[in-house]
Design a protein around this ligand. Sequence first.
Ligand code: DAH
Length: 324
Amino acid sequence: MLNLIKKIKIKIKKIINIKNKKILNLTYKKFLGKKGYFSNIIKLFNKLSNKEKPKIGKIINILKKKTIKLINEQNIYIAKKIKKKNKFIDISLPGNKYILYGNLHPITITINWIEKFFNELGFTTIRNLEIDNIYYNFDLLNINKNHPARSNKDTFWINKKNLLITQTSCIQIKYMKKNKPPIKVISIGNVFRKDYDKTHTPMFHQIEIFLVDYNINFCNLIYIIKNFLNTFFEKKIKTKIVTSYFPFTEPSAEIYIKNHKNNWIEIIGCGLIHPKILKNSNINSNLFSGLAFGIGVERLTMIKYKICNIKMLYENNIKWLNQF
Ligand code: DAH
């Protein structure tokens, strides 16, 4: 491992000597491609002990960022040189000279992390549809006909029956109708609500986790959530559990944690799946019980990276995004 790190350190130094676009592209693949140095190093990294991982992980991250930075700088340098040389500009050529190599968006980083965490605990990933019908999003989830979320003011309707989903919970019944317990699902999706301010956008990401088996209780729910939060933030996180009401869970709760400004922020809605929902899914509620929770991805990301305004996540400012 240390040998490979040393080798990479030496090779990085040579990037500034590259004066040719093709060689630079090859170098990018050599370092950051699927079979590149960094992919190889991650394979070795996974075998390290938990004690060694944080220290070596930091070194690898710094090296990786440095590599991307150097390749990007060299890319600009070469592009400028070509521009100087070519007095005649062929405007029909594709405009790719200044395209820089990027990195994953913070939302994607969070989603990938959460997905991996729950996959390792045996949860199966399901991707949500963006358009679904009123039965799954509202009716079968026990949300009554006069609930304000159903109004045109809050929801984007496609027609009388179909809408842009307002919550990832709508996957629950669809999945439970087709599968028998034990059920362990993580569902990732975009959800849509007519909201727009410093902490809301009309589209945001939600992750729904649900589990149905014998003897599932509220302690199981809180244990999973606390464990998840402590691992995600890499420290023991203080949580506030507030009783709440969701028509599809009984009892229901909201989980709050503190952001970097020391304000309590709600990040998860949760509860034990309402027996009515199990019945709507043809699951015997006398035999089985279930837990469910919905995670707000933007909020978790904002707290983790100390982001104050949700709009930063959607402005596509490359300089800002390159920090992650
Ligand atoms: N769907 C809820 C929302 O969007 C969040 C939620 C609450 C999900 C309770 C759940 C749950 O699974 O059990 O506000």
